[in-house]
Design a binder for this molecule. Structure first.
Ligand SMILES: [Zn+2]
Length: 260
């Protein structure tokens, strides 16, 4: 897609995890373990050498990237522009400028109360060096349990592609994208990436309102799917009889329905 388009598309990814490890760091640690040297510097040097116009370069990269390093490799090598991660495992996501200021103030003043009020949305964001925005979440939309508990996890997971949930995630993503000059994320070319381990139940893959999910499918320049069979097995809710092949079949039905 990058070669066809003349510009780098963005990525919108739906995943249980954030998948934002530094490209080649696993390989670089191994390389520097015996010989010595700075693994971080080596990893950064290797990612700079990726040439997306060269098949050999890409094959080398694919061979040497470990789990969860691919998004970082793609954004830093210019295959992708920015990545926006809708995910279930990191509720705070990329911290906003306001949140960082509040946290710093709170820490500096402790044990006195902070002088700044807790930040509220919409918020602003600095440009992440890796071009990856991990989108924050609170809980299931409408949840007002305090504290949140195990019931919340199920309620939250079950609505992961409901329109009401994706609309909220995309609104948070828009606050981020505007800070890097992307006024309307969906108006620019994007790849939709779906890791099947984001679905923890039958209900999660069968939303009551699929309007937003279908719009994301229809407007994507490409869709990639990671089946993640082991993670699906590990993360599914108790009593759920689902596996990666079941979820893949359901997802393909959705894609056909959306573009049909
Ligand atoms: Zn909750």
């Amino acid at each position: 897609m990058r070669r066809q388009m003349g510009r780098a598309p963005n990525l919108i990814t739906l995943d249980h995890h954030t998948d934002v490890h530094e490209a080649f760091l696993g390989h670089a640690h191994l390389e520097t373990y015996e010989r010595g040297g700075d693994a971080w510097a080596l990893a950064r040097d290797l990612v700079k050498r990726i040439d997306w116009q060269n098949d050999q370069s890409l094959l080398w990269a694919i061979e040497h990237l470990r789990h969860d390093e691919h998004i970082d490799a793609a954004t830093l090598s210019g295959v992708l522009n920015y990545a926006f991660c809708i995910q279930l495992s990191d509720y705070s996501g990329n911290p906003s400028i306001e949140q960082q200021a509040y946290d710093a103030d709170r820490q500096a003043r402790w044990p006195q109360p902070p002088t700044l009020p807790p930040p509220c949305r919409p918020m602003t964001y600095g440009i992440p060096g890796n071009h990856i925005f991990v989108i924050s979440h609170d809980c299931a939309i409408g949840c007002n349990r305090m504290p949140h508990n195990d019931d919340c996890v199920v309620e939250h997971g079950n609505m992961v592609i409901e329109s009401i949930y994706l609309d909220d995630q995309l609104a948070r993503g828009a606050e981020m994208s505007r800070c890097v000059g992307i006024e309307h994320l969906e108006a620019q070319p994007y790849i939709l990436d779906i890791d099947l381990d984001v679905f923890h139940s039958r209900q999660a893959i069968g939303p009551a309102d699929s309007t937003t999910f279908y719009r994301l499918i229809r407007n994507a320049v490409a869709i990639t799917v990671a089946t993640e069979a082991e993670c699906v097995e590990d993360l599914k809710f108790d009593g759920e009889a689902i596996d990666a092949s079941f979820l893949l079949a359901k997802l393909i039905d959705h894609i056909n329905e959306a573009i049909g």
